[in-house]
Design a protein around this ligand. Structure first.
Ligand code: CP
Length: 325
């Protein structure tokens, strides 16, 4: 267990050692148990977290806000539209100024080619930890919650097979941050990671390379596949979700047309039957029901999506307690 995490940013899990991530898991399990037993755990009394959103959220906002309150602190929800950012406040000014008011700065900025850079510029200017609530490249807290859920449901992830698969959705061109963060973290835990997608829906090449390197180092495997059925076959964990074909085109209209070729990429009962009998179905939510996944699967006995959503609360509390104390 690592006990010197005060002041650390969480922008990607790649910048935390495995020992440090193990510590997050251990603290998250402890806080989850304390909450279940009604044991107060206000370790961040009088601390305040800025929660700056450039995009909407159901889970991330509420789990951070509830989490900091349960730790005895206060979360300030800040919609970027209500700030002076559009009138000139730079990332440096946000880091410098919020860093003097608050004890942590959490940011969601998902614009392609902008979000991660923005968060890093804030972090460079901030004297307090910066927490990435999702950018164009990473969604670290979602993936920490996913890891916690896999450990709870499947035990040691080592040697288990996970299919991180594209699924069709028509709602909007979603960021790459969830599949990218999944392949980065699950390879570090010795899983056999299958990245499954149509050719146009590839992920960022340097992220894919890092995942391959992680797998070599940790002793698992990393494979890219282009057939959703093959990806599901024998898998212990299936994580089919939509993402945009950002690496192929930034043109929204073109990406919509490309996506229409793959409307049969849906997580349905037939595909679930290809996975292990006790396989779990995961999704970060929101999902396009009956387009990306059938009601029967997402509401079925193999689905763990609500436990997964709950674990956002526990891992975020763990990271805040470790970094903002
Ligand atoms: N999974 C997730 O990040 O959900 P929200 O977009 O609702 O925060």
């Amino acid at each position: 267990m690592q006990t010197h995490l005060r002041g650390r940013d969480m922008i990607t899990t790649q910048e935390w050692t495995k020992d440090e991530i193990d510590t997050v898991m251990e603290v998250a399990m402890h806080l989850k148990l304390q909450r279940a037993m009604g044991v107060p755990h206000a370790s961040l009394r009088d601390k305040a977290l800025a929660m700056l959103f450039f995009f909407s959220s159901t889970r991330t906002r509420s789990s951070f806000e509830a989490g900091i309150a349960q730790l005895g602190g206060h979360g300030a929800f800040i919609d970027s539209d209500t700030t002076q950012i559009s009138h000139g406040d730079t990332a440096k000014e946000i880091g410098e100024i919020y860093g003097r008011y608050y004890d942590g700065i959490a940011i969601r900025q998902c614009d392609w080619g902008i979000g991660n850079q923005y968060i890093r510029e804030v972090a460079a200017a901030s004297r307090v930890p910066v927490l990435n609530m999702q950018c164009d490249v990473y969604h670290p807290f979602q993936i920490l919650a996913d890891l916690m859920t896999i450990i709870e449901k499947k035990g040691d992830p080592r040697g288990k097979t996970i299919a991180v698969s594209y699924a069709y959705a028509k709602s909007y061109q979603k960021p790459l941050s969830v599949p990218q963060s999944l392949i980065l973290l699950m390879t570090r835990y010795g899983m056999n990671v299958r990245l499954v997608h149509p050719p146009e829906f590839k992920l960022m090449p340097d992220i894919v390379q890092q995942a391959a390197d992680n797998a070599r180092y940790a002793g698992g495997s990393f494979e890219i596949m282009h057939d959703m059925d093959e990806g599901f076959k024998g898998a212990d964990v299936v994580y089919p979700k939509s993402w945009g074909c950002w690496v192929t085109t930034e043109d929204q209209a073109e990406s919509v047309e490309i996506g229409k070729k793959y409307t049969d990429w849906i997580a349905d009962e037939r595909r679930m039957s290809l996975a292990q009998r006790d396989a779990i179905y995961m999704h970060c939510l929101p999902a396009d029901r009956n387009i990306e996944v059938t009601d029967g699967v997402i509401d079925g006995p193999q689905s763990v999506v609500y436990d997964e959503a709950e674990n956002r609360l526990h891992v975020q509390k763990a990271v805040m307690a470790l970094t903002m104390a």
